[in-house]
Design a protein around this ligand. Structure first.
Ligand SMILES: [Zn+2]
Length: 259
């Protein structure tokens, strides 16, 4: 009793301070759960508001391959539905060379559980097309130009950063076909390719010229699985980067048709 009487003012102060801190805590606590409370610290006697860190909404980047995720790849079969492209003396057309490869890439992707669209050159679906990646398959001239008119080349979209996709396909294609990269004949036609302008911005897109129909003809016509395998492996490399978050697809949405 003597102890309580002697320390009455101290006890009253402690009770008052406790009530004040509780009041401050209740008053400053956030009303809803949209924000993440990092720290609601209150050191003895001092009033302090909780620190609130806003958490922006972020797209989901990692999905299991088996789940019907938003990963989708478009493959354009060059010239299909429009014209024949380059034509060889014996009637072999670029359009048929391209298609022979494009259908193999699409079915290989589908076999790995990826939603893949086989598109024609001026496919109506290309307007505002949303995908994880778009790859257009073409081949070079059948005319004999010179002894170095051999090899493949790739041009990326000038509208969306497509360098990761480009590097992946270049490496994988070189490894699969052992062809050389023919860099010095990239035309403005390739860099400003019509489909790049039509698809949704934010979709990484490349056009690959798989080889010259003259000097590379045996590879293109007799080993289409090898050619298609290189492109498929390159796309897979890029999708791996997307899944692991190394590459980020700026516009990474589920297509309007829902899958
Ligand atoms: Zn072409």
């Amino acid at each position: 009793m003597r102890f309580i009487r002697r320390n009455l003012s101290l006890l009253a102060f402690l009770a008052l301070a406790g009530a004040a801190m509780m009041g401050a805590y209740v008053y400053f606590s956030p009303a809803s759960g949209v924000a993440e409370v990092v720290a609601a610290g209150s050191s003895a006697g001092a009033l302090s508001a909780p620190f609130v860190k806003p958490v922006p909404a972020r797209p989901v980047l990692q999905r299991l391959i088996q789940s019907p995720g938003p990963i989708r790849v478009g493959v354009i079969s060059g010239h299909k539905g429009n014209d024949s492209g380059a034509v060889c003396a014996d009637g072999l057309t670029e359009a048929e060379v391209n298609e022979n490869i494009a259908v193999r890439v699409v079915s290989a992707l589908q076999a790995r559980g990826i939603a893949a669209d086989l598109l024609t050159e001026f496919d109506p679906r290309l307007d505002g097309y949303v995908a994880t990646a778009l790859v257009s398959i073409h081949a070079d001239s059948c005319d004999y130009i010179n002894d170095v008119a051999t090899g493949f080349k790739i041009a990326g979209s000038g509208y969306t950063d497509s360098s990761s996709l480009s590097i992946c396909v270049e490496d994988a294609y070189r490894r699969a076909t052992e062809m050389s990269y023919h860099a010095n004949t990239i035309t403005p036609d390739m860099a400003d390719y019509q489909a790049f302008r039509r698809i949704s911005s934010g979709v990484p897109a490349i056009i690959i010229e798989v080889g010259f129909m003259n000097l590379d003809r045996p590879m293109l016509t007799q080993q289409p699985d090898r050619v298609a395998g290189g492109i498929t492996d390159g796309i897979w490399c890029f999708l791996d980067q997307i899944r692991s978050g190394v590459s980020y697809a700026p516009q990474f949405a589920i297509p309007p048709d829902g899958g």
